[in-house]
Write a protein that binds this ligand. Structure first.
Ligand code: ATP
Length: 298
C-alpha cells in the first residue's frame, strides 16, 4: 500500500520535558490512524512537527515518500487549534477568506459545506453557530483544496453527545472519500469507533501500534478456576507462556505472553495434578490492552 507518511525516530524536548521520544511510524493511504495517549503524551507535539509548526530536535519524516516541502504541505489539511473565524461573517465568506489565504479556488466551498452538514446554514453568521458547527466549519476549511491527508487534534473535544456523533460520522465520510486521516485522541472509545489503525503513546514513547481490529482480537487472556485456587496459581505461574494473573471473583484471569490453546492448558494443569472447574478464553479489548501497556511502562 502506498506510504503517505513515514516517521523515523523523531524527538522533541521542551526544557526538562521530553515531549516526543524517538518515534517511528508508518501510515499508508486510506488509513484512519489514531494517535492515542493520555494528556501530555506528546500527540499535539507530534502533529505540530508533522505540520512544520514545531521543529523536531532529531529524527526525520517523509510525506508521500519525500522530505517535507511546500508542495507536500499543500496536500495536507489540518485542524490543530480551536477554529478562528470572523464572527460577523457567514460560513461562505469565512471559507472564501481561507481559500484566498491558501491560494485555492472557491470551487470546493459548496462541497465542503455540504459534507460537513453546514450548507443550509452557509449564509448565517459564524457567531450564531453551535460549538459543533464551528468545529465542523474548521474541518470544512481544512478540506478546501482537496487534501490527500487530513490531520485532526482531539476532534471531539468539548462537543456534546450529538456533536460527537456528527463529528464521527463526518470523519468516516471523509475517510470514505479516500482521504487519509491522522487524528490525536485521549479517548480509547473514539479510536475504537473511528480508526483503522492506532499507535499508543505514553510520555512521548510509542508503546504499541497496529490495526485496531488486530488489537481487538488479541486473546492471550484465559479464565480458570479449581477447588484449590492457591495450588492452581502456583502451577499456572510455572507455565512457559505465563505473564501475570489477577483475581476476578472466584476465578483467576491469566495473561500469557502468547496465545495458549485451552486444550493444551487443560493438559498442562492435568499433568500438574490440578483439576480445572472452569476454563475459558477471553477476548481482550483494546481497553485492557491499553491499560496493561500503560501499567507495564510506568
Ligand atoms: P494534550 O492532549 O494534553 O495536549 P498531548 O499528548 O497532545 O497532550 P503535548 O501537548 O504534545 O501532549 O505535550 C507533551 C509534553 O510537552 C507535555 O508535558 C507538555 O506540557 C509539554 N509541552 C508541549 N508544548 C510545550 C511548549 N511549547 N513548551 C513547553 N512544554 C511543552
Amino acid at each position: 500500500m502506498e506510504k503517505v507518511l513515514s516517521i523515523q525516530g523523531i524527538s522533541k524536548r521542551y526544557g526538562r520535558i521530553q515531549a516526543v521520544n524517538g518515534l517511528f511510524l508508518e501510515i499508508s493511504r486510506g488509513q484512519v490512524f489514531g494517535l492515542l495517549g493520555p494528556n501530555g503524551s506528546g500527540k499535539t507535539t507530534t502533529l505540530s512537527i508533522l505540520l512544520d509548526l514545531v521543529r523536531n530536535d532529531s529524527g526525520s519524516f517523509e510525506w508521500f515518500g519525500e522530505p517535507p516541502s511546500k508542495e507536500s504541505r499543500k496536500r495536507i489539511g489540518s485542524v490543530i487549534e480551536s477554529p478562528n473565524f470572523f464572527p460577523y461573517l457567514s460560513a461562505v465568506r469565512n471559507l472564501r477568506i481561507v481559500a484566498d489565504i491558501k491560494g485555492k479556488p472557491y470551487d470546493d466551498i459548496d462541497e465542503a459545506l455540504t459534507l460537513t452538514g453546514l450548507y443550509d446554514r452557509r449564509n448565517d453568521r459564524f457567531k450564531t453557530y453551535s460549538f459543533g458547527m464551528k468545529q465542523r466549519l474548521a474541518v470544512a476549511s481544512a478540506l478546501l483544496g482537496n487534501p490527500d491527508v487530513l490531520i485532526l487534534d482531539e476532534p471531539t473535544n468539548g462537543l456534546d453527545p450529538q456533536g460527537i456523533a456528527q463529528m464521527r460520522d463526518l470523519i468516516r465520510m471523509i475517510a470514505q472519500k479516500g482521504i487519509t486521516i491522522v487524528l490525536a485522541s485521549h479517548l480509547l472509545d473514539e479510536v475504537q469507533k473511528i480508526c483503522t489503525h492506532v499507535a499508543v503513546l505514553r510520555k512521548g514513547i510509542k508503546l504499541f501500534d497496529g490495526e485496531v481490529s488486530e488489537v481487538l482480537a488479541v486473546s492471550e487472556l484465559v479464565e480458570v478456576s479449581s477447588e484449590n485456587m492457591e495450588a492452581l496459581k502456583e502451577a499456572i505461574s510455572g507455565h512457559a507462556e505465563y505473564k501475570s494473573l489477577t483475581r476476578s471473583e472466584d476465578k483467576w484471569l491469566v495473561y500469557f505472553k502468547n496465545p495458549v490453546r485451552p486444550g493444551e492448558l487443560n493438559e498442562y494443569m492435568h499433568r500438574k495434578g490440578i483439576v480445572l472447574t472452569h476454563l475459558s478464553e477471553r477476548k481482550r479489548t483494546l481497553e485492557q490492552h491499553f491499560l496493561e501497556l500503560l501499567n507495564d511502562n510506568r
